[in-house]
Design a protein around this ligand. Structure first.
Ligand SMILES: [Zn+2]
Ligand SMILES: [Zn+2]
Length: 329
């Protein structure tokens, strides 16, 4: 009886989530048998990992974990979908947790930007419920489309993983691209009708806290989230060089940036003291407090160049400019 090769065993250019060579190396896999009878899930995920380790000692632990995950789930769309959603939830709430403790225990009160507005546990819980509902109803269905989209644009899911240098420079590019997207679309969302219809929800908290980073209308999540997802996709469409792992690390770092920018704390060791163009909580807290200016996400250059900075220095500069203009009239 003739059988068609399993989808994921076809050459990687067409359907590759795994390196074709690797599949040949996995001793228990016959790449030309029907999918369901080739890589049978070996009991638990851990059994799968052990089995792959036996015949692939040249792979790093992270690479073995990765391969075992796809082999164990037996469905690439499901494997990528579950992994993407789990990473998002784990790192969003995981990164918010320390800020909840800091707010509750009052350890760093002297570093709180709006020190008279510490959120209560009740407020944070209400916010978490809203965010969770939005994650499960709005983001989860979209995350499910991630694998087909990644394949369409040629993102690699094979091993070996890219080098740390490749991941670093690509993520730096994504930060710059997303910041640009965020600046213009966030600024547009402050236009009266759009603000009322969409962005007002995010500004419910005039003194933000970590969990409030994704407290927003589903339409806003889609508009601004598009910058986070489309930056790497666009990069891959032009260069043909992007691994899905790099995209995951990028999304995690962007999540950290968003949660930290909403934390409401400004420390002497905050990143912008060392990288003056980094935005941070100092920049975004003022945006929530004043509802105007400081539209960027990660960097300060767009607000500086387009004169929308809202900092004591920028206000002083604007006042001096006005006085000067009056004098010359
Ligand atoms: Zn805003
Ligand atoms: Zn915000």
């Amino acid at each position: 009886m003739s059988v068609s090769p399993p989808l994921f065993c076809k050459p990687p250019l067409l359907f590759g989530w795994l390196n074709y060579t690797l599949l040949w190396n996995l001793s228990h896999i016959d790449p030309f048998s029907p999918r369901n009878s080739t890589v049978l899930p070996l009991g638990t995920y851990w059994d799968q990992y052990q089995d792959i380790t036996k015949s692939n000692t040249h792979l790093s632990v992270a690479e073995r974990l990765w391969v075992a995950w796809y082999a164990w789930v037996q469905n690439d769309v499901l494997a990528t979908g579950i992994m993407s959603f789990a990473i998002h939830e784990l790192f969003y709430f995981g990164r918010s947790l320390p800020w909840i403790f800091i707010d509750s225990l009052g350890f760093f009160n002297r570093y709180k930007i709006q020190s008279n507005k510490v959120p209560s546990l009740r407020e944070q819980w209400d916010c978490a419920k809203f965010v969770l509902l939005s994650h499960f109803t709005v983001e989860l269905p979209q995350i499910w489309l991630f694998h087909p989209m990644a394949q369409f644009f040629g993102l690699s899911t094979s091993i070996p993983f890219p080098s740390p240098w490749t991941m670093t420079y690509q993520i730096a590019v994504f930060f710059v691209m997303e910041d640009t997207w965020h600046y213009f679309f966030h600024r547009a969302l402050h236009w009266g009708p759009l603000y009322k219809a969409i962005h007002k929800i995010h500004h419910q908290y005039s003194a933000p806290f970590g969990l409030a980073a994704e407290y927003a209308s589903p339409i806003e999540v889609m508009i601004l989230g598009f910058g986070t997802v489309s930056s790497p996709i666009l990069w891959c469409a032009f260069t043909g060089n992007l691994h899905i792992l790099t995209m995951y690390i990028w999304i995690v770092l962007r999540l950290f940036q968003a949660v930290d920018a909403h934390s409401g704390y400004e420390f002497p060791w905050s990143l912008h003291h060392f990288l003056p163009f980094w935005a941070g909580a100092d920049h975004h807290d003022l945006h929530h407090e004043k509802f105007i200016g400081n539209y960027s996400s990660s960097f300060r250059w767009w607000d500086y160049l387009l004169d929308t900075e809202y900092t004591p220095d920028a206000l002083k500069r604007r006042r001096e400019k006005k006085v000067k203009a009056k004098k010359t009239q």
